[in-house]
Design a protein around this ligand. Structure first.
Ligand code: HMG
Length: 428
C-alpha cells in the first residue's frame, strides 16, 4: 500500500480506502502525512490517554477514564484548506456520514464560512438598586469599562479584552453586560475573573450588594455562517437523479421550518457532528448545547440551524448558529488527545476551528437529509450499526464481521436476530 502526501492533501495509490484499513494502518497514514509525531502515534497505540494525575486535576472522585471511539472524518475542504477532522462518537455512521457529505461538497468546490466575531458576554446582576446608585454607575460607565479592561492583563497582552459595556434593565433587576474578546480561548474562566473583579468595584461604588456575576452561554457573540453549494450529479443515488434528490432535500428542509418536532431531529443530526469534534478537541460541549438551544428559539419558534434551497442549478445549504469553543487553555491544553486532535486538523486559531466545526455540522445534516429522502436512514445507519449489534449479542473476534454481514443480508437489525445468527455460526 502506498500513500502520497503533498503537504496539502492525502491519497492512496492502491485504491484501499481509509475505512478499510486497520487502526495501525490509519495511524501510519497520519504519521506519513505529517499529521502526528511519533510520540502522538504511540499515545494513540497505547489507548491510555489520560494519567491519574491529570484525571485528578480535571475532575473529582475519579476512579478511571471512560473511553469512546476516536476516529477522523475525511475530505473537508473548508475555505480552501483541506482538513482531516478528528471526532469522538459512540454512534455508528456519524463519521461515515460526515466524510460522505464532505466529499460531495469538496467535489462541488468546498465549504465557505463567515464567522462574525468571537465575543463572550458576561452579566453583573444588580437587584432592587436605588435610582441614585444606578445613576452613579451609569455616569461611571467609562471608569467601570477601564477597570474591567485592566482586570485580566494577559488577555489584553494577547490582543483581547473588553469590547463593550451596556446597562440592561429588567423590572427589579439591572444588568451590567460586558462583551469580552477572548481571542483563542473559550474564555469562561477569563470572563468570570473579569466579572468578579469588576463586580467588587461596582459593589464598592454603590455601597451595596451584587446578586451575581457570571458569563452568558448564549453564544450571541459567536455566531457563524457556513455555506455549501452542491452539484446535482454529486447527489444522485442508484435509483434517483441528483436533481430529484436535491428537490426532496429542499422540501424536507422546509418541513423542518414548519414542524418543531422535525426541526429538533434535523438539529440533532447537526449536533452529531458538532459535539463529536468538540469532544475530540477537549471543548465544553455543554456550553455549545446550551448556546444552540437558545439560538434555535431566537425567532420565538424553535427553528432548524440550517436550510437548503436550489439556486443556479445547485443545491445550496446554509448553516447559521453560535459555535462556542476555544483552541487554547483549560482542558484543551491539558488533555494530550485534545492537542493531538488540533495537530491532526492543523488548527492555528479558534476562528479556524469554529469554521471546521460548522462545516462538520452542515455535512452531517446533508448526509442525513440525503439518506432520509432516498433510501431511508436505516440502510446506511444500521448497515454500520450491525457491528455494534453483533458485539452486543456476544460476538468476538472474527465472529463480529460474520454476524454483521449476515445482519446486513437479512436487514433484520434486532439483538434477537444477532443472537440467533451467532448461535447458528457457533453450531457449525
Ligand atoms: P454510501 O453512499 O452507501 O457509501 O453511504 P459508499 O460506500 O458509496 O461511500 C461513499 C462515501 O461515504 C465514501 O467515499 C466515504 O466518504 C463515506 P469513498 O471514500 O468510498 O470514496 N463512507 C465511509 N466513511 C467512513 N467509514 C465508512 C464509510 N462508508 C462510506 N464505513 C453512509 C453510507 C452511511 C455514509 C450513508 O448512508 C449516510 O450518510 N447515511 C446517513 C447516516 C447518518 O446520518 N447517520 C447519523 C445517525 S442518524 C441520526 O442520528 C440523525 C438523523 O435523525 C438526523 C435527521 O433526521 O436529520 C438522521
Amino acid at each position: 500500500m502506498y500513500w502520497w502526501w503533498n503537504g496539502y492533501g492525502y491519497g492512496c495509490k492502491t485504491g484501499m480506502k481509509i475505512y478499510e484499513m486497520t487502526d495501525e494502518q490509519r495511524i501510519k497514514l497520519l504519521l506519513d502525512g505529517g499529521y502526528l509525531t511519533e510520540g502522538q502515534a504511540d499515545l494513540l497505540r497505547s489507548r491510555q490517554t489520560i494519567s491519574t494525575d491529570l484525571a485528578d486535576s480535571l475532575s473529582e472522585n475519579q476512579i478511571g477514564s471512560f473511553s469512546l471511539p476516536y476516529g477522523f472524518a475525511t475530505d473537508f475542504l473548508v475555505d480552501g484548506i483541506d482538513y482531516l477532522v478528528p471526532m469522538v462518537i459512540e454512534e455508528p455512521s456519524v463519521i461515515a456520514a460526515a466524510s460522505n457529505a464532505a466529499k460531495r461538497i469538496k467535489n462541488s468546490g468546498g465549504f465557505r464560512t463567515f464567522p462574525t466575531s468571537r465575543i463572550v458576554y458576561g452579566q453583573i446582576v444588580l437587584e432592587n438598586i436605588t435610582q441614585a446608585s444606578l445613576s452613579r454607575l451609569e455616569q461611571a460607565s467609562s471608569e467601570i469599562f477601564e477597570f474591567a479592561q485592566n482586570a485580566h492583563p494577559s488577555l489584553l497582552k494577547r490582543g483581547g479584552g473588553v469590547v463593550s459595556l451596556n446597562f440592561n434593565y429588567y423590572d427589579e433587576f439591572v444588568e451590567i453586560e460586558l462583551g469580552i474578546d477572548t481571542v483563542d480561548a473559550m474564555g469562561a474562566n477569563m470572563v468570570n475573573t473579569i466579572l468578579e473583579k469588576t463586580s467588587q468595584k461596582v459593589s464598592t461604588m454603590i455601597n451595596g450588594d451584587v446578586l451575581c456575576s457570571i458569563l452568558s452561554n448564549s453564544g450571541q457573540g459567536q455566531v457563524i455562517t457556513v455555506e455549501a453549494e452542491i452539484n446535482f450529479d454529486q447527489l444522485s443515488t442508484k435509483t434517483m437523479a441528483g436533481h430529484e434528490v436535491a428537490t426532496r432535500i429542499v422540501k424536507l428542509s422546509a418541513f423542518a421550518k414548519a414542524s418543531v418536532k422535525r426541526a429538533v431531529t434535523h438539529n440533532k443530526g447537526i449536533m452529531n457532528g458538532i459535539d463529536a469534534v468538540l469532544l475530540a478537541t477537549g471543548n465544553d460541549f455543554r456550553a455549545q448545547e446550551a448556546a444552540a438551544h437558545s439560538f434555535a428559539f431566537e425567532s420565538g419558534q424553535y427553528q432548524p440551524f440550517s436550510e437548503w434551497h436550489l439556486a443556479e442549478g445547485k443545491l445550496v445549504g446554509t448553516l447559521k448558529m453560535p459555535i462556542e469553543l476555544g483552541s487554547v487553555g483549560g482542558a484543551i491544553r491539558a488533555l494530550p488527545m485534545a492537542q493531538l486532535s488540533l495537530a491532526i486538523m492543523k488548527i492555528h486559531s479558534s476562528k479556524q476551528l469554529q469554521s471546521v466545526v460548522g462545516a462538520v455540522g452542515l455535512a452531517n445534516n446533508l448526509s442525513a437529509l440525503r439518506a432520509l429522502v432516498t433510501t431511508g436512514i436505516q440502510a446506511g445507519h444500521m448497515g454500520l450499526q450491525s457491528k455494534s449489534l453483533a458485539i452486543s449479542a456476544g460476538a468476538v473476534g472474527t465472529e463480529i464481521d460474520l454476524v454483521a454481514a449476515k445482519l446486513n443480508q437479512t436487514k433484520n437489525y434486532t439483538i434477537k436476530n444477532a443472537q440467533n445468527i451467532l448461535l447458528e455460526l457457533r453450531d457449525k
